[in-house]
Write a protein that binds this ligand. Structure first.
Ligand SMILES: *[C@@H]1O[C@H](CO)[C@@H](O)[C@H](O)[C@H]1NC(C)=O
Ligand SMILES: *[C@@H]1O[C@H](CO)[C@@H](O)[C@H](O)[C@H]1NC(C)=O
Ligand SMILES: *[C@@H]1O[C@H](CO)[C@@H](O)[C@H](O)[C@H]1NC(C)=O
Length: 294
């Protein structure tokens, strides 16, 4: 028995079905880790919880691009005490970066995560491979930032420290190809045990959630339950081994939706499940491998 868990903010999910402006495909190379990609964090800002609100959510927002033009806007929110980790545990919270439309990106999805204790930003992106028809590449990278924080009236905000000449620092992050999946290029694990131990990453597509809003009402206030909320349904792809699932809610416990994910291929021996917290707007996915060794 093996388990893999990923915490994903659903903000990230929206980007998947907004169909970001992916243009030309990228070379994925003969071997993973042979290709690197460059991005730039144009602006980064952390805001501590608003003392006048009871949510205690921290917000980190970043603009991402290849030049000085923002191609993606990344926003993450989590309770301050989590410091970027789901319930303060071992799973970092990934959030989506939304394509701005100001130019064409080469990515299908872009996500980021922040380890606020270590002041490290992680970047993950997926893209079509030009050299492996029908397959997608996944690349990841990280960047440590030096923040300058200011506190006033009980609230705090932080921005990257300026350089010794008082200029804004240039924040470049380099990502490395981790794996390719699909188009016959999936890295098929040699055994169930090996597969469960490889680097795990999941992609969410086809996000669907419905709820009722009165005509003329303003944007939903996620701190209150929404009427006739169906909870989310979505497609899940494991980017380590290509296994695909279709996920739907099965019930609700204490306001949190619970759901199961059905494997597209019968009898793979792996199962997946999820929870969705509508207040935090966050989905948590877990995959379980039955390797027959427990
Ligand atoms: C909180 O509310 C007080 C009083 O209304 C106001 O003076 C202060 O600016 C508010 N703080 C923030 C961070 O909005
Ligand atoms: C830190 O922030 C303060 C106030 O916003 C500013 O005056 C100062 O120059 C900043 N220092 C650095 C190193 O960025
Ligand atoms: C139910 O949710 C409330 C509010 O989110 C929380 O305070 C409480 O601890 C939860 N109870 C259980 C049993 O999880």
């Amino acid at each position: 028995m093996r388990n893999g868990v990923a915490a994903v903010s659903s903000l990230a999910v929206a980007a998947a079905w907004l169909a970001p402006g992916a243009s030309g495909a990228r070379v994925c190379g003969a071997t993973a880790a042979s290709e690197t990609f460059q991005y730039r964090f144009i602006e980064v800002r952390y805001d501590g919880p608003d003392p006048n609100k009871s949510s205690h959510l921290s917000t980190i927002a970043a603009s991402l691009g290849t030049s000085s033009t923002p191609l993606y806007e990344c926003v993450a929110q989590w309770p301050e005490t989590w410091a970027g980790w789901f319930e303060g545990g071992p799973n970092i919270v990934w959030s989506d970066c939304i394509w701005t439309g100001a130019g064409s990106g080469a990515d299908k999805t872009v996500s980021f995560a922040v380890d606020w204790k270590k002041k490290t930003v992680y970047l993950s992106h997926t893209f079509a491979c030009s050299d492996k028809r029908g397959s997608d590449g996944l690349a990841t990278g990280s960047l440590s930032l030096d923040f300058n924080c200011t506190t006033a009236d009980g609230s705090s905000f932080c921005v990257p420290k300026s350089t010794s000449t008082g200029d804004r620092p240039t924040l470049r992050v380099s990502t490395t190809l981790r794996t390719t999946v699909g188009g016959g290029a999936a890295t098929t694990p040699t055994s169930c045990q090996a597969g469960a131990k490889t680097y795990q990453s999941w992609r969410l597509d086809k996000w669907l959630r419905q709820y009722q809003m009165a005509p003329g009402s303003s944007a939903p206030d996620s701190t209150r339950p929404l009427p006739a909320d169906t909870g989310p349904s979505f497609a899940l792809t494991n980017l380590a081994d290509g296994s695909a699932f279709s996920c739907a809610p099965s019930g609700q416990k204490n306001g949190t939706f619970e759901g199961t994910c059905k494997s597209a291929a019968a009898a793979t021996g792996t199962t997946a499940a999820f929870t969705f917290d509508p207040v935090l707007n966050m989905v948590q996915v877990s995959q379980h491998w039955d390797c027959g060794d427990s």
